[in-house]
Design a protein around this ligand. Structure first.
Ligand code: ZN
Length: 727
């Protein structure tokens, strides 16, 4: 997602986080003699607070009991799988009371404040400054809108007068709470963050007990944030089994308010005797490798798929990242390694923003799935692999990904790992071809003098000192080498499909509806993905951050959202034949690995259905009438659409079109132009629309002369006659 990163970076570079030092978590560092604050709220809650002494004792016994059960269970479950949530380096407390045996257990996964698995009505607070700063906004990595003070602010903030603020999460059932991650408020106008907090637990939201320091037995005060964005993890000295958890800010930035965004780490607990139902398991019926894969693991997995399905797969690299990591592509087709005449080429590109990790895993899952289903003889997959050549690039920015992966899915924050190693945002790094096209259009030069397609790279872009990332160059060369027809570019951090143009036509406009001549096709392509993605279709889902895209069918014109000059989509459309949209896959850029089965189910059908859209429209071969040989680089123009496509080396072409009647013209240098009508129906295509072109006399003459032949007298007379007519 593009979001406000640029604005943020420009406004407050300090906000963009010191990326060097890992955030440390300090366990049981500070103790305080202050009594546990009586929670504000209903009178019932306040009086419940007074009875704390007795209830606490009672609850503690329960906790110990529960823990015994849990420990037994965990022995079975704790298996060789490496923990994916990267654990930050842990500093010991000054008193040296850190218990290392506790630390060796794997972290619990997030409860789902960030992923929205925790719904708004599970979040409560002692008070809120406004609705837009309500408890439902207290989610890790939530992003505010451009303005403060609207319904979509970037944190939960307690009222200024609230002396004992708290944010409460109802897990809905008994849970083993093991840690808390906090951030400050996301805003480009204000600084607010909490510098320390206490934690309390409850089974009924009436009686509460606190997290204690082991050594002193006092309420633990956890050190929290020192900037708005860096997520800070605190593991509890002693995990607690309960249903409710409260964060009680103790101190916050001077002059600011008690504002935070949080995620809770919590392991499911089975509670056969308890009143709470079993935790529903979000899963997938496909047995695939649902993990996050770093560079080496990704390479290994791709190799495994290649070994399982050698006849339909081929691995190749399109170049190297700045740090020298290869940009691997998995090609999947019935004839891997070659372009078959009439078979369209499609691609998925993921991870151009390295910290948007879901797309990478979805492509790794897709290649496993296609291989397995092909071996099982699934007709849909078999047809897809037979009729199309699929290229999957899971990681366009592997350097950025490694950075994000090392930090881990919960602690990577919103921005770290987005850029390549040179600090370049790859989605702003493609050549801006929009500006030269639009300038030529304004002067009335398109398409007669300046083409409306395959615009050349501007001279400045190819200079040795031009700031073009190696990853960008690799993809440009790839686009030029393979006649791609259709693509999607997988991002994360929102839930929407955005289509070109990504750049506003009015210079400096922050956003403006900027459709391409192929608006109908792009809207259709976007709607197909959004309409088959389960999360985008969920009527109960809440907006990720500050836009409710579900109001518009979860699709949007890119420029109408946020202008992006030099985007990959715009470049793809203006420099090649390929139509490409951006898919923002999920609110959470780097979902925890336990979300991957659910995300796969959300996207599986959409990923397949989108690729099948390459059948929409017309396709055919442009041939020389005499020789029957295909004509490369012939231009296919559709009446009424000011954007042409060209034929591949064999003369084959694909023109994506929505249903309707079209006048289609094929032209090639040295040939007479031919126009014919082609009807695209709602039936599955593509509709064949072939052309046979005759050479012009001039071209025949040229070829004869080039072959060293004398011009036959009749042709010479004809040419002279033609010349006379013209003059
Ligand atoms: Zn992105």
């Amino acid at each position: 997602m593009w979001g406000l990163l640029l604005a943020l970076a420009a406004f407050a570079p300090a906000v963009e986080v010191d990326l060097g030092a890992p955030s440390t978590s300090v366990l049981g560092l500070a103790t305080t003699k202050a009594p546990v604050p009586t929670p504000r709220g209903s009178p019932a809650q306040r009086s419940a607070g007074k009875e704390k002494g007795t209830s606490e004792q009672h609850v503690r016994i329960r906790v110990i009991k529960k823990k015994k059960i849990v420990t037994k269970k965990r022995k079975k479950l704790t298996h060789p799988r490496p923990p994916v949530t990267a654990r930050p380096s842990v500093t010991t407390s000054p008193t040296g009371t850190l218990d290392l045996t506790e630390k060796q257990e794997p972290d619990c996964p997030p409860l789902g404040l960030e992923s929205l698995r925790v719904s708004d009505n599970q979040l409560y607070a002692s008070s809120s400054q406004s609705f837009g700063l309500g408890p439902h906004r207290g989610r890790l990595n939530i992003q505010s809108g451009l303005e403060d003070g609207d319904l979509f602010d970037g944190a939960w903030c307690a009222e200024q007068q609230d002396a004992e603020p708290w944010l409460q999460v109802d897990a809905g059932h008994l849970t083993r709470f093991s840690g808390i991650i906090t951030q400050g408020r996301n805003s480009i106008w204000r600084y607010d963050w909490v510098t320390s907090y206490k934690v309390q637990f409850s089974n009924d939201s009436q009686t509460w007990w606190g997290s204690k320091n082991r050594s002193s037995g006092m309420d633990a005060v956890f050190p929290a944030n020192s900037d708005p964005e860096t997520p800070v993890l605190n593991l509890l000295p002693e995990p607690q089994v309960a249903r409710f958890i409260r964060l009680l800010p103790q101190t916050w930035l001077q002059g600011g308010a008690s504002c935070l965004r949080a995620e809770i780490l919590a392991c499911p607990v089975s509670d056969p005797n308890g009143p709470f139902p079993e935790v529903p398991v979000l899963g997938s019926s496909d047995s695939l490798d649902f993990r996050h894969h770093d560079y080496k693991a990704m390479r290994k997995l791709m190799k495994q798929v290649n070994e399982q399905c050698p006849n339909i797969t081929r691995i190749y690299s399109i170049g190297r990242s700045h740090q020298g990591l290869k940009l691997y592509v998995m090609e999947m087709s019935d004839q891997p390694g070659e372009h078959e005449l009439g078979e369209p080429e499609v691609r998925y590109v993921a991870g151009m923003h390295g910290n948007e990790a879901l797309g990478r895993e979805l492509l790794l899952l897709l290649m496993q799935f296609l291989c397995r289903e092909f071996l099982r003889g699934d007709p849909r997959v078999t047809r897809l692999l037979t009729e199309t050549r699929i290229h999957l690039l899971p990681s366009m920015n592997p350097d950025g990904y490694e950075t994000a992966f090392r930090r881990g899915s919960e602690l990577v924050g919103w921005a770290e790992g987005r850029w390549n190693h040179q600090g370049i945002d790859l989605n702003h790094n493609f050549a801006d071809l929009n500006t030269p096209l639009w300038e030529a259009e304004d002067e009335g030069l398109v398409p007669d003098t300046v083409p409306n397609h395959h615009l050349p790279l501007p001279a400045y872009y190819t200079l040795p000192n031009a700031t073009v990332a190696p990853e960008t160059w690799a993809v440009i060369k790839w686009m030029q080498r393979i006649p791609f027809v259709l693509s999607a570019n997988l991002h994360g951090g929102e839930l929407v499909v955005s289509y070109p143009f990504d750049m506003t036509r009015t210079p400096w406009a922050a956003r403006e509806l900027t459709p391409t001549p192929d608006e109908a096709v792009f809207r259709w392509l976007s709607t197909v993905y959004a309409g088959t993605n389960r999360a985008m279709q969920d009527p109960d889902r809440r907006p990720c951050h500050s836009h409710d895209f579900s109001l518009y069918g979860s699709i949007i014109n890119g420029a109408d959202w946020h202008t992006v000059p030099g985007s990959m989509n715009d470049f793809s459309y203006l420099h090649t034949n390929c139509f490409e949209v951006t898919v923002e896959l999920s609110c959470d850029k780097f979902p925890h690995e336990n979300e991957l089965p659910q995300e796969w189910e959300n996207n599986k059908d959409a990923l397949l259905t989108y690729l099948e859209q390459v059948r929409m429209g017309i396709a055919g071969v442009v041939r020389d009438k005499d020789t029957e040989l295909g004509i490369a680089d012939a231009v296919i123009s559709v009446d009424g659409i000011n954007h042409d496509v060209t034929t591949a080396w064999g003369g084959d072409y694909w023109r994506l079109l929505t249903p309707g009647d079209y006048m289609v013209t094929a032209s090639a240098e040295g040939y007479h132009t031919v126009t014919r009508s082609c009807r695209v129906t709602f039936e599955e295509g593509p509709v064949p629309c072939n052309f046979r072109l005759t050479k012009t006399p001039k071209q025949r003459l040229r070829e004869l002369l080039a072959a060293g032949a004398k011009v036959p007298p009749d042709l010479r007379r004809r040419l002279e006659r033609l010349r006379g007519q013209k003059n």
